[in-house]
Design a protein around this ligand. Structure first.
Ligand code: DX5
Ligand code: ZN
Length: 216
């Protein structure tokens, strides 16, 4: 049983509240919020003010993916804004600061997550696996929606599931980038249990059927 986390990067920005309510009506339980700083990734998206504005309007789980440098500077803002999961990139700071950042997220009552870019090996996450509630494997280079799924990330997903089973079996394993109905089975077979879909979800003609197929 997987969970779909629709990426709001692909929603209609002039009708966000309508789109979030439609996600709930379609059976979604989570929303994936992509935060980009124009530095860690070559694109800008939203800030913590959006998370703060969303929080009173929805009871969906807010799965916030920080694509920002030195995230320790901003995690308190995102936690206080109402994130449920707050995921930081392992490449975004020194190992010492990554640990401190994950601890800080936990202290603030939010579930910490750690994410790897395609070129970063699974082993880079080893020191953090027991500290997190979610591991995210990027299946595109982060920064933009609508890119092509990298099937060659599947061995990394499988390896991380095996590593997590040793030290933190309850931890979610999420995939993000280019995922849709054509490749979600492959992701699940390799151990992913949270599936992010942006363009594929928001383009689907029957969103309720999309949710059911992903979560089957
Ligand atoms: C990419 C983001 C993704 C993106 C996914 O940097 O992290 O969450 O919105 O979009 P699709 O599903 O269109 O690849
Ligand atoms: Zn994302």
């Amino acid at each position: 049983m997987a969970i779909l986390s629709p990426s709001i990067l692909s929603c209609d920005y002039m009708n966000m509240q309508r789109d979030f309510a439609a996600c709930k009506d379609a059976g979604c339980k989570w929303l994936h919020v992509d935060i980009m700083d124009g530095h860690f990734v070559p694109n800008l998206s939203f800030g913590y003010s959006l998370v703060q504005a969303m929080r009173p309007t929805t009871d969906l789980v807010l799965d916030v993916h920080l694509m920002i440098d030195t995230p320790i500077r901003y995690v308190e803002n995102f936690c206080k804004a109402g994130a449920d999961y707050l995921t930081i990139h392992v490449e975004a700071d020194t190992p010492e600061n990554i640990k401190k950042t994950l601890e800080k997220i936990r202290e603030l009552g939010v579930k910490p997550g750690i994410v790897v870019k395609p070129k970063t090996p699974a082993q880079a996450l080893a020191p953090y696996l027991s500290m997190v509630d979610m591991v995210l494997v990027m299946t595109v280079e982060p920064g933009f929606g609508g890119q092509k799924f990298m099937a060659d990330m599947m061995p990394k997903v499988k390896q991380l599931r095996a590593m997590l089973d040793e030290v933190n079996p309850q931890c979610h394993l999420e995939v993000d980038g280019g995922v849709g109905l054509d490749n979600c089975e492959l992701c699940k077979e390799n151990g992913a249990d949270v599936i992010v879909a942006g363009s594929a979800y928001f383009k689907a003609s029957d969103s309720a059927a999309f949710v059911k197929k992903i979560e089957a």
